[in-house]
Design a protein around this ligand. Structure first.
Ligand code: C5P
Length: 302
């Protein structure tokens, strides 16, 4: 057993596109989504300890430092599944906005799974960890892969794409947490079930590399999220105005919000957008997409 302190990065995601086709028998929704890793990350430190206890520390006021935290549950599930007697101490330094549609909690959970898999030499890998990840949450399996991926079913059936996107990203956090379950409930009121995606093929098609592939993308939860948080509407209108003025090639709400993002072909335009958004009082960050390989290496760089 290693008593070494393990330092890892837990990266955020954005949804380049998100379509909701229908509600499912299991209470979830049938999704088609494009997940994309970005280099905004939390830091996680893990230490295996004797005695079977799991301890979690996180200074962020909105993050529970107990057994309701998804990272805590990930550690418990994996240690139990593997029949191991060790415990683990987990310390999380939060940078990813909480309940903002960037998958922070899901990323922390998946990162704990992959790190413990390596530290305990369980040899499970992404395929072996998938059942545990699915049980923890619909977004968790994506973080076993990272990069640019297609998400089907509840979003938990994940396919890494051949085309890994490299672009600048501006993320705007309106600091207004939104409940994912509440946004889906609102969306249901206007849902006409359908069989297939309207837009996502276009992105996958190599004929449409470049900005044409982005043009068809949208997030179908956006209207429901803005109804759920009406005070966000005006903020989003202003954010879209700035991103568009600065030359964004694509912009959308991430997941069920409230984080909004814009994609930029070059860092000069992205800088300009960040400066303009900050001048208006928004919390804006410039980051970039990570390919699947960059994601894998980055997690372990800690
Ligand atoms: O799986 P997770 O706990 O992250 O999902 C949070 C909530 O989002 C679920 O309880 C459900 O209400 C909603 N959801 C959904 N369909 C999905 C994913 C999430 O309805 N495919």
């Amino acid at each position: 057993m290693t008593k070494r302190l393990l330092r890892v990065r837990s990266y955020a995601k954005i949804n380049l596109a998100l379509e909701v086709l229908a509600s499912r028998q299991d209470g979830y929704h049938e999704l088609r989504t494009l997940f994309q890793s970005i280099d905004l990350h939390d830091d996680i430190r893990l230490r295996l300890v004797p005695g079977g206890r799991i301890k979690l520390r996180c200074e962020h006021p909105q993050v529970p430092a107990n057994e309701t935290n998804l990272a805590w549950r990930a550690a418990r599930e994996l240690l139990t599944w593997a029949g191991r007697k060790e415990g683990v101490e987990i310390a999380i330094t939060k940078r990813i906005p909480v309940a903002g549609g960037l998958g922070g909690g899901s990323s922390n959970a998946a990162t704990v799974l992959t790190t413990l898999d390596r530290a305990l030499r369980l040899g499970l890998g992404a395929a072996g960890l998938l059942p545990l990840a699915r049980q923890l949450g619909a977004d968790v399996p994506f973080f076993l892969h990272g990069g640019t991926c297609l998400g089907l079913a509840r979003g938990d059936e994940v396919y890494p794409l051949a085309r890994q996107l490299r672009t600048q990203v501006v993320v705007v956090d309106p600091q207004r947490p939104v409940s994912t379950a509440a946004v889906f409930r609102r969306f249901d009121a206007a849902l006409t079930p359908r069989e297939n995606s309207r837009s996502i093929f276009y992105f996958g098609s190599s004929d449409l590399e470049g900005d044409a592939g982005f043009r068809a993308l949208f997030n179908e939860l956006e209207d429901a999220a803005l109804e759920e948080a009406p005070d966000l509407g005006e903020a989003v209108r202003r954010i879209r105005g700035v991103l568009s003025e600065a030359g964004a090639r694509h912009m959308a709400l991430s997941g069920s919000g409230s984080t909004y993002f814009g994609l930029f072909a070059d860092s000069r335009r992205a800088h300009k957008a960040v400066a303009a958004l900050r001048a208006l009082g928004f919390r804006a960050l410039r980051c970039r997409t990570l390919t699947r390989d960059e994601y894998r290496r980055g997690v372990q760089r800690g």
